[in-house]
Design a protein around this ligand. Structure first.
Ligand code: F6R
Length: 242
């Protein structure tokens, strides 16, 4: 794992967007997996701008969403589907057949997990996974206590996730379950970027990077990945020892 600390959120987002650009330029059939959330917002905007300016062809690039709230339709702007479509997918010439997002409205979320795992298996796994880190150390919806041996699975969301998650929704929203790629997908991804910014992430970053690697702190697993980069701003790095 490599740790990179940037002076501010903008420079962090610039560098992360460059990494994605490099991947899609190097491998026109790459499989991308992106988290939703506030952290990567600017990175995705910059990525789309740069991809358009460089006229990159996305028709053979595949894309999967990292996770989704169960029971939230794609039309709801708090859904991961809405977020990813709005920030990334609709701006680039992806082929619909190469996009796979969890359907949070499915009657059979277990089947949704199988479909995601099958899609990724057929594509040869994720080339570049970009994740954030939750206030409780989750990655995707891999909550504290989750085994790192899982692929896609259904999750009972922790209180921190359901309360912090309200920030994505216009109105108070009942959030109970999530559907997510597993940490095994992360461990098998060829490259992983984990982004965090702001003082509010400083403690969780300290725990993830300086305490024991543990199921109780899912973000700590990134330290076992041979080709991972933790990209944080100075605020998020402010509690680290050195
Ligand atoms: C969202 C996701 C979550 C977020 C995390 C941080 O798709 O996978 O794990 O990355 O909760 O969220 P923000 O970036 O809003 O602080």
């Amino acid at each position: 794992m490599k740790l990179s600390v940037f002076p501010n959120y903008r420079l962090l987002s610039e560098k992360a967007s460059d990494e994605i650009i490099q991947m899609v330029q190097k491998k026109p059939t790459a499989v991308l997996c992106f988290a939703s959330g506030d952290t990567p917002r600017l990175c995705y905007q910059l990525f789309v701008e740069k991809a358009k300016a460089a006229k990159i062809d996305f028709s053979a690039i595949s894309f999967v969403g990292l996770d989704e709230w169960v029971g939230i339709p794609p039309s709801n702007e708090g859904s991961c589907h809405f977020f990813l479509n709005n920030l990334v997918l609709k701006h680039l010439n992806f082929s619909n057949a190469n996009i796979h997002l969890f359907d949070g409205m499915s009657d059979d979320p277990i089947q949704e997990c199988r479909k995601m795992d099958q899609f990724l298996h057929e594509k040869g796994g994720v080339d570049l996974m970009l994740v954030g880190v939750g206030m409780n150390g989750h990655i995707g919806f891999n909550e504290p206590g989750i085994s790192s041996h899982y692929y896609s699975h259904l999750v009972e969301l922790h209180n921190t996730t359901t309360s912090v998650g309200q920030k994505y929704f216009k109105d108070a929203t009942s959030l109970k379950l999530g559907i997510t790629l597993g940490l095994n997908h992360l461990l098998e991804a060829k490259e992983v970027l984990m982004l965090a910014n702001g003082l509010k992430k400083a403690l969780v970053i300290k725990k993830a990077l300086e305490e024991n690697i543990s199921d109780q702190m899912p973000a700590s697993i990134i330290r076992t990945h041979p080709n991972s980069e933790v990209m944080i701003d100075e605020e998020a790095a402010s509690m680290l020892r050195s």
